[in-house]
Each structure stands twice: as structure tokens, then as C-alpha cells.
Design a binder for this molecule. Structure first.
Ligand SMILES: [Zn+2]
Length: 210
């Protein structure tokens, strides 16, 4: 994909997330690796519903702005994850309703915020580790995500939102939508007895994914 195609896709995905209520106000940010040395990120304070191709920020791996507006203050953790995991090519960070509600619950398992009850969750992301609460944009979030960047695809930021990676922007977006839908099911099922997938059923899905 050319830079322009990546930028156009980011604008289109941002608008789609916004129109479907995944993102409100200036919350959330998207990024994609353009090549070994450059990352495309949504600008600071921008609504995902009103992104403009010419204003998207292009950064080098040290965070210097090469093109466009000043990047989101949360771009710090995006860069850390790209530096740590060469296979991570795109990142979606949203404050979407159900995953953010989940992130506000007490007593989440830090190794996996949602026990699997649908196969798609296992096939798409496997597990969702929980990052403790820190102020948005703080270096601690970047450090914690960097430490875990090789051991998962999706991370719940406590009292904040979700960070989901993918092989490209579409893959990261599909992973995010699957997770948000799973969180919605989780809350819909509150008060009911959920039949979680057994360890063997989860293993079977994980083996098929390899
Ligand atoms: Zn955020």
C-alpha cells in the first residue's frame, strides 16, 4: 500500500468507528507502520469522525514529526509497541463503551480480562491482559505495553479503554470490533450462568490458529 492509500484507509476507518459510536469527541487514536522507519498516527485532539488525509501525522521511530499535525499524546505507547514487536503493524486504541466499562471493574484477572465464552475471541486475540491505571499519555502506560508487546495482541487499560494490534489496519480494526462485541455479550449475560469454553476447547482453537 502507498502512503496515500494508508492515509485514506485511516480516515475511512476513523469515520466508520465514529459513526457507529465506537468513538466520541476527541477520544481514541489509530496508527499504522508505513515502513521500517515511519509510523502514521492520528493527530492530537482530533475526532476520529473528522480526520483529514493531509493532517495525519507521520513520525519517525524516535517520535519526530515528518509530516502533518502534532501527533496524539498517546502516540508514545504506539511507538514503543512498534519498536518492541516487529510483527505489530497497526494499533487501534479506543474508549469504546463496553470494553471501557469492563476496564472499570474491580478484580479483573490481569492475565486475561475476559474468560473465553465464544470461539471468535480466542481465534482473533486469544487473551486480553490488563494494564494498571495510569494517567492517559503517561510514560508508564508505554512501558507496561512495551513489556507485554510480544505476549499478546489486545490490552485493556484499567479505567481507560483498549489497545488492539494487528497485521494491518483492517486486521486491528476487526480484532477491536470482535472484542467490543464480546464485551457487549459479557454485560448482556450478567446475572445469567455463562458456560465458558473449557480449557480443552480453548486449546483446540489455539492449535488450529497455529
Ligand atoms: Zn485513551
Amino acid at each position: 500500500m502507498t502512503d496515500l492509500e494508508q492515509k485514506e484507509l485511516m480516515v475511512q476507518l476513523g469515520r466508520s468507528f465514529y459513526e457507529r459510536g465506537y468513538s466520541v469527541g476527541g477520544a481514541g487514536n489509530l496508527s499504522v507502520r508505513l515502513d521500517e522507519n515511519r509510523v502514521l498516527v492520528t493527530p492530537t485532539g482530533s475526532s476520529l469522525g473528522r480526520l483529514k488525509v493531509e493532517r495525519l501525522s507521520v513520525l519517525d521511530m524516535d517520535g519526530n514529526v515528518l509530516e502533518g499535525d502534532k501527533p496524539s499524546k498517546e502516540s508514545v505507547f504506539h511507538l514503543e509497541m512498534y519498536r518492541k514487536n516487529p510483527k505489530c503493524n497497526a494499533i487501534v486504541h479506543l474508549h469504546c463503551t463496553y470494553l471501557t466499562a469492563l476496564s472499570c471493574l474491580q478484580g479483573l484477572d490481569p492475565t486475561n480480562a475476559m474468560k473465553a465464552f465464544t470461539p471468535y475471541y480466542v481465534m482473533r486475540v486469544g487473551k486480553m491482559q490488563v494494564i494498571p491505571y495510569y494517567r492517559p499519555g503517561s510514560p508508564e502506560i508505554a512501558r507496561e505495553l512495551s513489556e507485554r508487546a510480544l505476549s499478546g495482541k489486545a490490552f485493556l487499560l484499567a479505567n481507560h479503554g483498549v489497545v488492539v494490534t494487528g497485521a494491518d489496519l483492517l486486521d486491528a480494526s476487526d480484532n477491536t470490533e470482535e472484542l467490543e462485541e464480546t464485551a457487549k455479550l459479557f454485560f448482556t449475560l450478567q446475572g445469567q450462568k455463562i458456560r465458558y469454553l473449557t480449557d480443552d476447547e480453548v486449546k483446540d482453537l489455539e492449535n488450529r490458529g497455529k
